[in-house]
Design a protein around this ligand. Structure first.
Ligand code: PMV
Length: 361
């Protein structure tokens, strides 16, 4: 018997220092060709998700950022189909039959150009696991989150997180684990420079497949990335921003080189992204050692990894770049956690999403 209580959780995105690009499996397992390592961000950018399972619900309902997603029928979109599969899988594990109402909100506008899929998927798996009383360890939850969005598995933990690629065909050993606690190097920050908030032209799921299929450079990438992880872990252990910056810049450049080498080419970086790349190299040269490194996901917005004491130098450099529209400062986060019932997004009496003045609370 499920207890018909609303459960609410908060989770956050992560930024990869050594990146995941290219899968071994395209049937939904999302097993990668290389391991990756990332920093989980704090709650300045977050996803809040509430869920309730109840006999009173006559179908599954999912609301994301205020609009209802199609969860049944033939026209079910790819994203909802994945979510539905995960929901059914977790419900089966718990032996629960009741329908679910899920309400999820991002604290950051999707127009900010920050990928919300990792924090969304990680928070969903975390909240479902708690609502269904599955008592899952974070590692097991990371295996489930990975199947919604690969990079989401790293958001199951706080601090610095490594996603081990694994070897098994069923993906059971492709999980994330914490490599360093969030308290290890709290001065490490991610200054996000938004240069273009619009939706990316090529989705990451199409990109992962096309690069592996067509890039002649790509076969070199998995080994390079595995070596990068060793370098990054050593740099973080020694709180060495010079070595860390070099490793993350080289990895980002390497991944974007394989994207450009994809046929037809995938180009996420814009002129403003390139101005930031030059700006960081000039700043590092002027300092006589590296004080910051850039990294770019499947989009043009820069994540500048640096330490708090160098914040002003970075901000001054960014203020001279015309294409930078907004900056957001991310700190080391602690991973997903449960919230109190007052923070719920669901009205427990009516089993409907809460709304304030026509907007989600
Ligand atoms: O998790 P996906 O399928 O959206 O892929 C994300 C890949 C990158 O963001 C480009 C790199 C990474 O490791 O996060």
């Amino acid at each position: 018997m499920i207890n018909e209580k609303v459960v609410t959780a908060i989770g956050t995105p992560n930024i990869a220092f050594i990146k995941y690009w290219g899968k071994r499996d395209y049937t939904g397992l999302n097993t990668p060709n290389n391991s990756s390592i990332s920093m989980t961000l704090d709650e300045k950018l977050s996803t809040r998700t509430s869920v309730v399972f109840s006999k009173k619900l006559n179908r599954d309902m999912l609301y994301i950022n205020g609009s209802e997603e199609v969860m049944v029928g033939e026209k079910i979109p790819e994203k909802s189909a994945y979510l539905k599969r995960i929901l059914d899988h977790m419900r089966r594990l718990a032996g629960v039959k009741e329908n679910a109402l899920i309400v999820s909100e991002n604290s950051f506008p999707s127009s900010a150009g920050i990928a919300s899929s990792a924090s969304g998927a990680a928070t969903l798996v975390f909240v479902l696991s708690n609502a269904l009383q599955l008592d899952k360890k974070s590692r097991e939850m990371s295996v489930i989150a990975r199947q919604i969005s690969g990079s989401a598995c790293r958001s199951m933990f706080g601090g610095i997180v490594r996603w081990n690629k694994g070897m098994k065909e069923d993906g059971s050993d492709s999980y994330a684990e914490q490599a360093f606690k969030d308290t290890h190097w709290p001065e490490l920050i991610d200054i996000i420079a938004i240069v273009d908030p619009s939706k990316k032209r090529v989705s990451s799921s199409v990109g992962h497949a096309d690069t592996v299929k067509t890039s002649v450079l790509y076969p070199l990438r998995p080994k390079f990335a595995e070596e990068g992880i060793v370098t990054v872990e050593k740099a973080i252990a020694g709180k060495d921003i010079d070595a860390l910056s070099k490793a993350i810049m080289r990895d980002s450049n390497n991944m974007h080189a394989t994207m450009l080498d994809t046929w037809p080419p995938i180009m996420y970086l814009t002129d403003a992204s390139k101005d930031i790349i030059y700006g960081i190299h000039e700043l590092n040269d002027a300092n006589g050692k590296r004080i910051a490194g850039y990294t770019f996901d499947a989009g043009p917005n820069a994540h500048i990894i640096t330490t708090e004491k160098n914040r002003k130098k970075i901000m001054d450099m960014l203020s001279g770049i015309r294409g930078v529209r907004q900056t957001i400062e991310g700190h080391m986060g602690t991973g997903p956690r449960l919230l109190e019932s007052k923070d719920s997004l669901i009205d427990e009496k009516t089993l409907t999403p809460k709304r304030v003045q026509g907007k989600m609370q």
